[in-house]
Design a binder for this molecule. Structure first.
Ligand SMILES: NC(=O)C1=CN([C@@H]2O[C@H](COP(=O)(O)OP(=O)(O)OC[C@H]3O[C@@H](n4cnc5c(N)ncnc54)[C@H](O)[C@@H]3O)[C@@H](O)[C@H]2O)C=CC1
Ligand SMILES: C[C@@H](CO)CCC[C@@H](C)[C@H]1CC[C@H]2[C@@H]3[C@H](O)CC4=CC(=O)CC[C@]4(C)[C@H]3CC[C@]12C
Length: 369
């Protein structure tokens, strides 16, 4: 990697840079973007780990801020060459209100776009989601589809609605004139379910398994495939596409790309067992004990309890009618669009991704090992 100071001239901003994906993007940029001179990390909650990054050749600027506040966003964007907008409220459990989800995911994205236009930042990468496509509320399978596969995308839930709206705004902004007269170049990356070091839901399943004496109970048929992608590869795709937005603006601008790698096609639970199994948990088959109607009943009961208890406390279990429907509907991608358009190849093999994730689970406090 070139380490000359002359080539270090670019300023990048990563919103949501202290989140699960954001932290990997930040670390990947520092390792793999030799032209970086300053990296601005913008987040509502800054992580203490940022401090250790401040000793390298790149100036790391931590900015505590809120994407819903246009002036805070504009101040952070001013002077940046590239913005990677990964901040978002990821909530399919009913923790936040639909209004808050909309404010953060849609208004926050509007603020980022307007800040780019006003301050003259030309390159914007948006972290979208597979959820802008599906699974839809009708439960139609999306089997190894690509970016052009026809699919009836029907959203009701606030999270996919907000991601779909925000993605549309980003793509429509491609070509807008920014301050200085040049066009804005935008694109959107759509990860499927991300896994890897720092994944909160994996942590939750692991702890649940420990509480249940080292067991998890199968709820989803093994035949339902759920798309997953390793966080390091998602981060790498962001870094690559951000780099190529300038060189291949005409090709990449206004495009969407699914995030993919060599992770195998499996059900959500079987996939999790690739990591939780080697850490001492086992998946107990319960199809006869827990038929789908019973799970749906439990999910509806959870939703009802959430609503009843809301004035007193926040009850937000993993299982609700929406999460059950997503987990229970096949949604997998098979595409090479990112490879064709900007030369993406996964940086981490499946073996690497698996090993790294297992190492992280093992290192967690309360490990069964
Ligand atoms: N986790 C997953 O499986 C997937 C995530 N995504 C998208 O990837 C992005 C990152 O998600 P994760 O890292 O999983 O979530 P995360 O919750 O770990 O990270 C989101 C970050 O955004 C920050 N944030 C939230 N509200 C903010 C605000 N108002 N102002 C500034 N920062 C704010 C949070 O503090 C957090 O650090 C999100 O846009 C999400 O929609 C897309 C597909 C799958
Ligand atoms: C029925 C339960 C019994 O074990 C399993 C419940 C699992 C769910 C909590 C997850 C199943 C599918 C996940 C979602 C999916 O990976 C797509 C996503 C994309 C995003 O952009 C955000 C996260 C998520 C909605 C993800 C959330 C957790 C699941 C619903």
């Amino acid at each position: 990697m070139a380490e000359s100071t002359e080539v270090r001239k670019l300023v990048y901003l990563v919103t949501g840079g202290c989140g699960f994906l954001g932290e990997h993007v930040v670390r990947m940029l520092l390792q793999r973007e030799p032209r970086l001179s300053e990296l601005r990390v913008f987040d509502l909650h800054l992580g203490p780990w940022l401090e250790e990054l401040k000793t390298g050749p790149v100036q790391v600027t931590a900015i505590q801020g809120d994407v819903t506040q246009a002036h805070e966003v504009a101040a952070a964007v001013a002077g940046a060459h590239v913005v990677i907008h990964a901040a978002g409220l990821v909530d399919v459990f009913g923790r936040a209100s639909p209004k808050t989800i909309h404010e953060v995911n849609v208004q926050g994205t509007k603020n980022v776009i307007e800040a780019c236009v006003q301050t003259g930042t030309r390159f914007l990468v948006y972290t979208s989601s597979m959820e802008v496509v599906g699974p839809n509320i009708k439960g139609h399978p999306f089997y190894r589809g690509n970016e052009d596969t026809p699919y009836e995308a029907v959203h009701k839930h606030p999270y996919p609605c907000s991601k779909a709206q925000a993605e549309r705004l980003v793509l429509e902004a491609n070509g807008r004139e920014v301050r200085g007269g040049l066009p804005l170049v935008t694109c959107a990356l759509r990860p499927t379910g991300i896994y890897g070091e720092g994944h909160q839901i994996m942590r939750d399943f692991y702890h649940q398994g420990l509480r249940l004496g080292g067991r998890l109970f199968r709820a989803i048929p093994a035949s339902v495939e759920h798309g997953r992608v390793y966080v390091g590869n998602v981060a790498w795709m962001h870094v690559l596409v951000a780099r190529e937005l300038e060189r291949r603006a005409a090709l990449v601008g206004g495009q969407v790309y699914f995030c993919y790698d060599e992770s195998p096609y499996k059900s959500y639970e079987d996939f999790n067992m690739e990591f939780l199994g080697p850490c001492g948990l086992r998946l107990v088959e319960t199809r006869l004990l827990a038929p789908y109607w019973l799970l749906m009943l439990l999910a509806v009961l959870n939703a009802l309890l959430q609503w009843l208890l809301r004035p007193l406390l926040l009850y937000a279990p993993l299982l609700n009618p929406y999460t059950l429907a997503v987990a229970n509907t096949t949604f997998t991608v098979s595409t090479d669009k990112a490879q064709r358009h900007f030369g993406y190849e996964p940086l981490f093999s499946w073996e690497d991704s698996r090993t790294r994730t297992i190492r992280w689970v093992r290192a967690m406090e309360g490990s069964a090992q």
